[in-house]
Every structure is written in structure tokens, then in C-alpha cells.
Design a protein around this ligand. Structure first.
Ligand SMILES: NC(=O)N[C@@H](CC(=O)O)C(=O)O
Ligand SMILES: [Zn+2]
Ligand SMILES: [Zn+2]
Length: 347
């Protein structure tokens, strides 16, 4: 039996498009999305408004003329970021948000923040101007177990910052724990992105029966109770939770390594996976809120006017297992189940 679901065109509120050959290779895989918040963790990072504008132009040039994806740019916050550049770039429409990486927390985060007091003026300027602050929410203290780093970040960093800067509009990126979901649900002026892969995998997928580098990302997937809490949050209808795929392509060579890097490439099959997940939880009627309404409302933007259609067929949708990127290949996230929901775009 075919089933059809028509949705406002979704947006991706957390996306890594990279640069150069990788950008060329991956950009069009996000073509179902109307807008995407583009992460600034290039090497070197996107730290100034001028760099964000130049990066936006490279993205636009990499997209096929038929693709309507609008890149919404971010700045990578450093301890020497000029608050005036943030405010001016936002006022000029160049950036939509700022990203805070604790130094060393994740891929390409070496220029991130070590001393949070040093970025207080930037946070205050952002609160004043209503510019969202997106957090990679993990502490980097080597004494803290990697599975606890998100929960400890909330207590040690995020909550103190929010108390000290009450007007600051905060996005907790890629939450992976019930602690994250509970914190967001209990507060105002805060939202959270949830990735596709964290709704599907728990830490066993990475570690049981052999180490699977393509399921390794940061924050690392946690135990099953946390995955279920994320499923509840995503399907709850609470407008504070919205899709940020965190689709993060890396060359297979860099992932299948003695020291493999973090990131799952979910752009190609995200919508098919999400339809499966929401259907499994009896929440297909809430999929549109999660993918197409809640994030836009949080960012103060209208929902996309046009629509895509999801059609459930008897035969699975086919996605590549790998895509070429320059001289490299990139592995597409394997959810571990067949994807009967096909994306029809335009609707
Ligand atoms: N999520 C990841 O595991 N990796 C991201 C960085 C990030 O979002 O933390 C990347 O840039 O590869
Ligand atoms: Zn991150
Ligand atoms: Zn990311």
C-alpha cells in the first residue's frame, strides 16, 4: 500500500558542507532542504563576516542552478572575535548565528573557546541584538568521561552562561542525552537540534561486534535510554526541538583509520530515515513540525512556502552507499533498515 505525506520543504539547522572538492561533492545532496545553517569549522575556520560572505559565495557557486538551498551562514567564535563584527554581519544579513566550540571538543575546533569569560562581551552583544548562539555542548576536561561530557557541559558551562546572559538565544546543537532534552524542555529562549543518526543509533552500534567508524560522531551516541529520550523529544511536537542533521562528511580514509575522525554523512537519506522513525513512533503527523516548522520559528523565519512529498512504497528507496569526492570516497550513513519512504521533490 502506498502512503503519501506532503510537507512544507524542510530546513537543516546544522549542516557541514566543507569546502573545495568535498563541497562540490556533497552540496547537492542537501537539495531537499530550503535553508541550512552552515557550520563554520573549516580549516582555517570562518571567523569574520568577510570570510562568511566569501564562503557563502563558494557554496552558492557549488550548487546546481536548479537547487534552491539557501545557505545561512555562521561565525566561529574565538576568544578574539570582535563583537562589532558579529553584530554588523548579522545586521547586514551575512550571518544568521554564531557557533561556539569549546577548544578541542570536536573536528576542527582547535581555535575554539578555552576561557568562557573572554567571550562574555560577544555573548552580551548577541543577546542585545537577538543573534542565536549555537553551542557544541561538550566539556573537554580529560577527567570527564566522554559519555558524560554533554551532561557536565550543561551544569558547568551552559547553565551559568544562560544565567549570566539571560537574553541570550541559545541552540544546544546535536543533543544526545536525556539530560540535554530535559534541560531544553524545562527552559525558555533555548532550542535544540537533534540529528537523524542519534535517533537511530546508540553506542552499541559503534562498539558491539566490531568497531564501526562510520557511526562515530561527536557528541558520541549514548546508551539506548538516551536514544529513546531523543525520539520522545523529536516526536513530542515541542517546538524547541528541530532537525539539524549534523551531516558531516569525511573521506573514508580519515574515518577508517587508527585514529578515525568524528562525523556521520546523512544528507542523502535523512528524510527517508526520519519518515521511518516518525512512523515507527506513531508520529508522522509531527514530522513536519520537526523538519519544517519549529526551527524556522525559532530562528524567526517564515516556513518554506513550497513542499516536498514523501511516498511510502513497497520497494525500498535506493541511496548510494558511497559517493565520490575528488580522489576520495565518503560513506553514506547506513541506518540498518530498508527505507520505504521515497522523497518526491517537488511535491
Ligand atoms: N559531529 C561530528 O562528529 N563532527 C563534526 C563537528 C561537530 O559537529 O561537532 C564535523 O565537522 O565533522
Ligand atoms: Zn558539534
Ligand atoms: Zn556539526
Amino acid at each position: 500500500m502506498t502512503r503519501t505525506l506532503t510537507l512544507r520543504r524542510p530546513d537543516d539547522w546544522h549542516l557541514h558542507l566543507r569546502d573545495g572538492a568535498m563541497l562540490q561533492a556533497v552540496a547537492s545532496y542537501s537539495s531537499h532542504f530550503g535553508r541550512a545553517i552552515i557550520m563554520p569549522n573549516l580549516v582555517p575556520p570562518v571567523v569574520t563576516g568577510a570570510q562568511a560572505r566569501a564562503y557563502r559565495d563558494r557554496i552558492t557557486a557549488a550548487l546546481d542552478a536548479k537547487v534552491t538551498l539557501r545557505p545561512l551562514m555562521t561565525l566561529y567564535l574565538t576568544e578574539s572575535t570582535d563583537p562589532a563584527d558579529i553584530v554588523d554581519s548579522h545586521a547586514a544579513g551575512i550571518i544568521s548565528a554564531v557557533k561556539l566550540y569549546p577548544a578541542g571538543a570536536t573536528t576542527n575546533s582547535a581555535s575554539g573557546v578555552r576561557d568562557f569569560d573572554k567571550v562574555r562581551p560577544a555573548l552580551e552583544a548577541m543577546a542585545e541584538a537577538g543573534i542565536p548562539m549555537c553551542f557544541h555542548g561538550e566539556v573537554t576536561d580529560p577527567a570527564i568521561d566522554i559519555f558524560d561530557r554533554e551532561a557536565v557541559f550543561i551544569d558547568r558551562v551552559l547553565d551559568p552562561i544562560r544565567r549570566a546572559t539571560p537574553g541570550l538565544k541559545v541552540v544546544m546543537e546535536h543533543i544526545t542525552t536525556s539530560d540535554g532534552a530535559d534541560y531544553v524542555a524545562a527552559n525558555d529562549n533555548i532550542g535544540a537540534t537533534i540529528t537523524t543518526h542519534h535517533l537511530v543509533i546508540n553506542r552499541n552500534h559503534i562498539l558491539a561486534g566490531g568497531i564501526r567508524p562510520h557511526y562515530y560522531c561527536l557528541p558520541v551516541a549514548k546508551r539506548e535510554t538516551h536514544r529513546l529520550a531523543l525520539r520522545r523529544a523529536a516526536t513530542s511536537g515541542d517546538p524547541r526541538f528541530f532537525l539539524g542533521t549534523d551531516s558531516a562528511p569525511h573521506p573514508d580514509r580519515a574515518k577508517e583509520s587508527a585514529c578515525g575522525c568524528a562525523g556521520c554523512f546523512t544528507a542523502p537519506n535523512t528524510m527517508s530515515i526520519l519518515a521511518h522513525v516518525f512512523e515507527e513512533d506513531g508520529a508522522l503527523d509531527r514530522l513536519e513540525g520537526f523538519t519544517s516548522l519549529n526551527g524556522a520559528a525559532f530562528y524567526g523565519l517564515p516556513a518554506n512556502e513550497d513542499r516536498i512529498r514523501l511516498v511510502k512504497r513497497d520497494v525500498p528507496a535506493e541511496y548510494p552507499t558511497h559517493i565520490p569526492a575528488g580522489d576520495e570516497t565518503v560513506t553514506v550513513f547506513d541506518p540498518g533498515f530498508p527505507l520505504y519512504w521515497h522523497v518526491e521533490d517537488p511535491a
